[in-house]
Design a protein around this ligand. Structure first.
Ligand code: UTP
Length: 409
């Protein structure tokens, strides 16, 4: 994109201040800025803020039936065999969502390089690979792992895997792709500059994974290899089972195109999104959207009706993903601290949230499916997220759970 085109595009969205320093930057920087303006989607900003400020739409929320532990136990062998057959036939791939910033953990760099060991080094990426290797051993074949990174952590993530020889995984079965970035703005929707030649931006949320995967060309690899199912999971749950044959088998056996691992809520007020039906479609209701009435609703057998929390471990049918890929996921506007250039061109790191980041979320993808199987797993065995330094969902709590599961740290 040339200067005139950039100016025109910026004017259209009321963002002309982006070119304020153009005369002060060198040719390479000019090119970098024009390229960023060319590829950036400014239209997201206005529509997202408008949607955020609009009155919330009324939806009909109703409970969804989960496949619970006793039922899973009864059909364990059947599900496992179906899942293992799919894995052995090369029909299953895994997608590690590792493009996040891990701000709550506060560690520099990719979250997966965080060492949660006590007497030895145990990296989060290592735990993920070890868990995958359990299934690889059982199935007798490798599972293609697609790792989503972002501009902010791509190089370090790739180098880390290389430096650790992929923790024993066959590197021929590991592919990396970068997610797209979204612009960051002040509360009035004006983009911030993070330098004189770069608009402040951040990873565009974990909902962008499929379009980014497609953009990277890896969807062709998925087609060529005959992969029909993708198990998407978060980087920070150090206990989760990945490409779990029982989960895969259950989803296939039930004829669903989407499945979600869920855990029983620790208490009715736990801050976790729970599965439900929204206007008849599978959906995730966020804890802050949960009204007291919904929270206290019970089923005929006395259980809480909205009791199954998502742990960000989903199974998706690839063909369905392609059909829904063009559907627009809603953008979420998140109030965050965004470093920015002030009037004098000095970089300021704010102490308090000073603007908005824009993200799409993987949980909104679930709603685009006609059905989704909530699949219960034992919380203490499969859910140890490392979100915070201390307290709930922290390094300490994850270490404790790993040790309780017999893992030496
Ligand atoms: P979180 O919502 O916990 O975000 O991501 P985060 O960025 O890791 O951590 P905070 O909120 O800054 O502390 C859940 C999962 O989604 C991935 C994360 O890497 C994690 O596996 N994710 C999140 C992405 O891949 N891209 C994103 O843009 C955001």
């Amino acid at each position: 994109m040339n200067y005139n085109e950039a100016e025109k595009k910026l004017k259209k969205y009321g963002q002309d201040h982006v070119l304020k320093y153009y005369d002060q930057i060198n040719d390479d920087e000019k090119k970098a800025l024009l390229d960023q303006i060319g590829s950036a989607d400014f239209s997201v900003i206005e529509s997202s803020i408008e949607a955020m400020e609009a009155p919330a739409k009324e939806h009909k929320i109703s409970p969804i039936e989960a496949l619970k532990l006793p039922e899973i136990g009864d059909s364990m062998d059947k599900y496992k065999n179906i899942g293992l057959d799919a894995i052995k036939a090369g029909k299953v791939g895994a997608v590690l969502l590792a493009g996040g910033m891990g701000t709550r953990l506060g560690a520099e760099g990719p979250k997966g390089v965080f060492n949660i060991g006590k007497t030895r080094e145990v990296y989060i990426f290592q735990r993920i690979i070890e868990n995958m290797l359990d299934v690889v051993k059982e199935a007798g074949c490798f599972i293609h792992l697609f790792v989503m990174t972002s501009d902010k952590n791509d190089e370090e993530t790739r180098n880390f895997f290389e430096a650790h020889q992929y923790f024993g995984y066959d590197k021929g079965f590991v592919s990396f792709f970068k997610q797209d970035m979204a612009l960051a703005t002040d509360v009035n929707g004006k983009v911030y500059m993070s330098s004189k030649y770069h608009i402040a931006d951040s990873p565009n949320g974990n909902g962008g994974w499929f379009l980014s995967l497609k953009k990277s060309g890896l969807l062709d690899v998925i087609h060529n290899e005959g992969i029909e199912w993708l198990n998407c999971f978060a980087v920070d749950n150090v206990l989760q089972r990945i490409a779990d044959p029982v989960f895969i088998g259950a989803v296939i056996d039930h004829g669903d195109k989407c499945g979600s691992k869920v855990v029983r809520k620790a208490d009715p007020d736990e801050k976790v999104g729970v599965m439900c039906l929204k206007d008849g479609h599978p959906s995730v209701i966020e804890y802050y959207e949960m009204t007291p009435k919904l929270r206290d609703t019970r089923t005929s057998d006395g259980e809480y009706a909205y009791n199954f929390g998502v742990i960000l471990n989903y199974l998706f049918d690839v063909q369905s993903l392609e059909e829904i890929a063009s559907s627009r996921l809603p953008w979420h506007v998140v109030n965050k601290k965004i470093p920015y250039l002030d009037e004098n061109g000095d970089l300021i790191s704010p102490e308090e949230p000073n603007g908005y980041k824009y993200e799409t979320l993987i949980l909104d993808m679930v709603e685009m499916f006609d059905s989704c199987l909530p699949f219960e797993v034992v919380r203490e065995k499969e859910f140890a997220p490392v979100k915070n330094k201390t307290g709930v969902d922290s390094v300490e709590s994850a270490q404790k759970l790993l040790e309780e599961n017999g893992y030496t740290l």
